[in-house]
Design a protein around this ligand. Structure first.
Ligand SMILES: [Fe+2]
Ligand SMILES: [Fe+2]
Length: 274
């Protein structure tokens, strides 16, 4: 039976000036060198501050290029800027045409679809949603055409932000709306994926490990590979630890393994700004 081994890493937030995060990435790299999955997906926040420090994106790409396994990438808010929402103040770093182009010029892609082990895998640029930029509508058109070609295969979706906390209709709150896919893009996405056999939604962004199932869909929040956010800045929802997620896909299902690379350290965000 065909098997596809995929490793998800997320939120390494790399920058030359932050060696503790680079150290954590090296521990992840060594682990990937040992385990040799078929593919590595980084679900975003590759850079510590891509919009204001373009070298952070270059540095992150160089470290990923050194991995012994093919990588696919998705942008996070610290790579290209954040989404506007109806309930929060406008983001201090909004997504722009220029920030998207900077990401694309370095990483080559911000969305993708491929098939393996009789599964379909889709990665989306969640940061462009609700921006009104041309790439938002273009991505929804692209997604519609991609989903029409799935042909009944089970589907795994990857994006930077989780779809929601517990349920599609969770209200958007000013304190937390930037944590999830904003409305109305969330509803639009769920309607589109309601037409296919969606089994997995894998995300990053929150820097907490979480794994829950709603209906037929398993939601996996990958932890940051780099740092945790202290409780006084962010409530505990799942598990605050650094690590990564391994998946094994086969035509009749998939397994999820929550792991930490040997030597990874729970770096606290406060220690990076001291
Ligand atoms: Fe992050
Ligand atoms: Fe993020």
């Amino acid at each position: 039976m065909p098997t596809f081994r995929l490793t998800q890493i997320s939120d390494p937030h790399l920058a030359r000036r932050l060696p503790t995060l680079t150290d954590n990435f090296h521990r992840v790299s060594e682990y990937i060198d040992t385990t040799r999955p078929d593919l590595v997906i980084n679900s975003g926040d590759l850079a510590f501050d891509g919009p204001d420090h373009p070298d952070d994106l270059e540095f992150a790409k160089a470290l990923h290029d050194a991995l012994p396994v093919t990588c696919r990438y998705l942008p996070g808010n610290h790579d290209i800027g954040d989404n506007p929402t109806k309930v929060c103040p406008p983001p201090s770093q909004p997504v722009t045409e220029a920030s998207q182009q900077a990401f694309l010029s370095i990483f080559g892609e911000d969305r993708w679809r491929f098939e393996a082990a009789s599964w379909c895998f889709v990665g989306l640029n969640s940061m462009v949603m609700n921006t009104g930029l041309a790439r938002e509508a273009e991505q929804f058109d692209w997604l519609a055409s991609q989903l029409s070609a799935v042909g009944g295969k089970p589907l795994a979706l990857f994006l930077h932000k989780p779809l929601y906390l517990n349920a599609p209709g969770d209200p958007e709150l000013a304190a937390t709306a930037v944590r999830y896919i904003p409305q109305p893009a969330r509803t639009h996405l769920l309607e589109m994926f309601g037409a296919v056999d969606l089994r997995l939604v894998a995300s990053g962004h929150v820097h907490q490990r979480r794994d829950f199932t709603r209906g037929h869909v398993r939601h996996v929040w990958a932890p940051s590979s780099g740092f945790i956010i202290p409780d006084r800045k962010q409530e505990v929802i799942g598990i605050k630890e650094v690590g990564l997620v391994e998946y094994i896909f086969q035509p009749d299902g998939f397994e999820v393994r929550h792991v930490r690379a040997p030597g990874q350290v729970d770096v606290d965000l406060d220690s990076l700004r001291g």
